[in-house]
Design a protein around this ligand. Sequence first.
Ligand code: G
Ligand code: MN
Length: 350
Amino acid sequence: MDEPVRLLVAERQRGEQRIETQRVAENDLDFSPQCGNSRQLVDSSFGLELELAEALRLRTLRMDFQPQFDLGSGRGCGVEALARWVRSTGEVIAPSIFIRIAERADMIHALGAWALHSACATASAWCSGAAQPTTLSVNVSALQIDEKFFGVIERTLKQTGFPAKQLELEVTESALIANLALSIEHLNAWKQLGVRIAMDDFGTGHSSLSSLSRLPVDRLKLDRSLVHRMTLDRKGAAIMRLVVSLGAELDMGVIAEGVETEEQLQMLTDLGCPQAQGYLLGRPMTAELAQVALGKTWGNRAIPLRGRVGCAVRESQHIDRSAASSKRSTMSSYEAAHATTGRRRPILSP
Ligand code: G
Ligand code: MN
């Protein structure tokens, strides 16, 4: 794994001319809106490239784990491994930025192999303990959908001893749809190793019903934008209801991501969404804390979630939402419903 990184650093140091050419082309790139600091990235990305290569070589990237919960039982059911990069200056670089840098600089295979190995090695140490995750989800870049990755998975499982059936590889909907035939071929090959596949960011990538039925996907990860919209109006709620039942009809698991509010959690429970993850239930955290989180049951409060708040979204919630941004002066419907009892569910956080 070190070799390509070392070569890359050497090549970058030699190829100043090429970098200058690329820097011009860089202005045409559309960095994702959530990055926020795309201008800064454009200006400094080549410096970051070298730094990322170095971080990868020195193994200073970190793997955090975000717990996932079963909404029926309230039990922890898995974790998503999330790579974290903290520069020597202490600045945290968002994965949405450094994954793109790695993809562009041809470091994504080294980074992807490290991520898979690191996640499986850590989680396999949990397997003997009580808080064993049912599922370990690892993100896979679109550029890793190739025949080489089969060998990486096979080797990693062998080296770490992590059970294949508990490993889930997350590929974004847009990556799968971009080259459907190839995706189907590679995913089927990976699945022969016993691993499962999740379609990440579902709801953002324009998959058709026909492509959904053809792709060998085991679980849909509903994008946080669907979760957000769900509480805004009736259409948002209707779409969520449909995708939850679509997953069930297609014999796929369904997990909602980006759950940040009690109101969202309540609606997902009411809609029968089987699983959820998000800041409300647990932020990405260290392996040790994730183990503790998995051992806890968030549903162990006295008040059952079901039936407390209706699914219908009231007009007033629009008003509540904007008012809440000015120092939460207005209670959400969930908070209002529970204010009288004074009981609040403890939220897991690192
Ligand atoms: O696309 P993917 O699901 O792999 O994205 C994972 C990213 O989402 C991570 O960077 C993680 O920190 C972030 N994340 C996890 N939970 C939440 C959440 O509840 N809200 C938001 N906005 N981001 C989240
Ligand atoms: Mn993911």
